[in-house]
Ligand binder design. Sequence first.
Ligand code: FE2
Length: 299
Amino acid sequence: MRDVIDLLDIAYVRSGAGDLPAAVRFAVDIVGMEPAGEEEGVAYLRADDRHHCLAFVEGCSGVLSSAFVLADEHALERAENELELSGVKVARGTPEQARSRRVRDFIAFDDPFGNRIDLVIDQVKVRRPMRHGRPSGITEFGHLCLDAADVREAHRFWSTMFNARASDWIGDWACLMRIDPVHHKLAFFKGSSPGLCHINFQVDSIDDVMRNWHFLQEQGVEIEMGPGRHPQSTAIFLYFKGPEGLTYEYSYGVRLITDEAAWQPRYWDPAEPDAIDMWRGPTRRVNTQPQIMRALGDE
Ligand SMILES: [Fe+2]
């Protein structure tokens, strides 16, 4: 019996940006993130006490990696061993790469669908109060969602290698997974190729969701879905399209699963009209930011 790798939290998303200033402008002036510096073609955006949870790297559009936090260097070493024993190739980050990610150390691997994942330790935290780019009500980096050709198989990999467990299923179309009491911090959506389906930010109230909706419309931002309410997590959601093909989500009111033993994953049929939005608004699959394929150890 192998050790399960404990993911403590989500850490960040690194995304390639063809037009770095425009990507940063949108994240700050529209989404409301705090600009957290820029160096060597990497721009950092902050949403909570993490140094950053989104980094734009000058280059091609597309997601570069999505990251999770492990406890310490022993956990990192165990994770490296467990992944390699399972036949997953792993690369240890260089000190320069770790510095660029604002973590002490990390390893990188590709999940079976080609999503590049960083497992990090000691992500830098910043204690000073947030200086929001705009009063959008962001309180924290909420979750990240990836694409996988086979969502069942994604669940199998992530629930056997890691402590991720299914909170709810939407047919074979989506698996919403938790690594702590939050209903989902990670989800897989059926997609033909790997990529970042969306990045989520929690906001302070339903009023923020609605005010943001009006603001985004005034600014001519493409609303992809919402406002609506997911029946699985009970979160009130709003999805919208940013530059570089990146879909952002604001949400409020995510369910907490506090009684692990009592929770049974539930199953929705995506064809039912209230499977995605219990308010029965129009729903559609949001656009995925494709994974940039590159050799392990690059970037
Ligand atoms: Fe989401």
